[in-house]
Design a protein around this ligand. Structure first.
Ligand SMILES: Nc1nc2c(ncn2[C@@H]2O[C@H](COP(=O)(O)OP(=O)(O)OP(=O)(O)O)[C@@H](O)[C@H]2O)c(=O)[nH]1
Ligand SMILES: [Mg+2]
Length: 259
């Protein structure tokens, strides 16, 4: 992303469009609960396969934030960016890289007893994945969401370069059953070519599509824009995750039928 593009982003906030960028939280009147750099990802803890959550015992009361989104939408790269660009999570040019639920332990840098998990997940909508594998991934993710007693926030990554697709809407449809707060993140905004006008168009379009779910009360109306390559929007997202780690339980509702 060109620096000029980053500079003009906050101006959108004043346009009255139905979204904003968390460019400067104080300017937006948002209360910062933590200083933004107080949470760091300390280590990769587990990859969960076959519903093996035995490691939970070692981290009692640890809250979680899961990153969902279509394959190749930049979930793992975003997790690395949250961790100051380290290579904690595996990323790839080709879709289908992440094949398990991977738990990254984040720790408060001042009070080490404060911990939380950022959970990476396999993406949906990878057309070349065999159907049985896709079903397995979906089942794993939905089981996790249904079980999610520790889950306080779902980050739903939409590839800004491609825009919101039918499978993202299907995911939102399904997510309403889990009764967890969802934060939509438009990733890879540096790849949105066509300047300011195109960025406004993609964001407004995404905003329009999510209104139905905003009205249902589980999706945050604000769309968060990120560019992991330039760390744009990353520290603000880290702050939001820190807040989620401190929230008390948000209870899951029921597991939707696996199609
Ligand atoms: N230009 C640009 N590329 C990005 C950004 N974020 C991710 N990418 C690229 O997008 C590709 C996919 O990134 P991943 O993070 O592996 O995507 P994922 O959503 O984890 O994919 P799966 O694990 O397959 O579901 C990689 O080539 C990344 O370098 C970004 O903000 N800007
Ligand atoms: Mg991945």
């Amino acid at each position: 992303m060109e620096s000029s593009q980053i500079e003009y982003l906050p101006k959108y906030i004043q346009t009255g469009a139905n979204y904003f960028v968390h460019k400067n939280q104080k300017e937006q009147g948002l209360k910062l609960v933590h200083s933004i750099d107080q949470w760091n990802i300390e280590k990769y803890v587990e990859g969960v396969k076959n519903d093996d959550y035995d490691f939970y015992d070692k981290y009692p009361g640890c809250k979680e934030v899961v990153v969902l989104g279509s394959s190749n939408s930049g979930k793992s790269t975003l997790i690395n960016a949250l961790n100051m660009g380290s290579e904690a999570a595996y990323t790839a040019k080709r879709p289908g890289k992440t094949q398990a639920l991977n738990f990254y332990l984040a720790q408060h840098s001042v009070n080490k007893r404060k911990q939380g998990f950022i959970v990476d997940s396999p993406g949906y909508g990878y057309v070349f994945a065999p159907v049985n594998i896709k079903k397995k991934w979906q089942k794993m993710v939905y089981k996790y969401l249904g079980y999610g007693v520790r889950l306080n926030l779902i980050i739903l990554c939409i590839n800004g370069h491609i825009g919101l697709k039918q499978n993202d809407l299907s995911m939102l449809e399904d997510l309403q059953h889990f009764r967890k707060p969802v934060q939509v993140v438009l990733t890879k905004v540096d790849k949105i070519t066509g300047g300011q006008g195109e960025l406004v168009r993609v964001t407004t379009e995404t905003s329009r599509h999510i209104q139905k779910y905003v009205a249902k009360g589980f999706v945050n109306p604000e769309i968060h824009l990120t560019c992991a390559e330039h760390f744009f929007g990353v520290k603000e997202l880290r702050a939001r995750i820190g807040v989620a780690f401190e929230e008390s339980d948000v209870r899951a509702n029921r597991i939707p039928r696996i199609r």
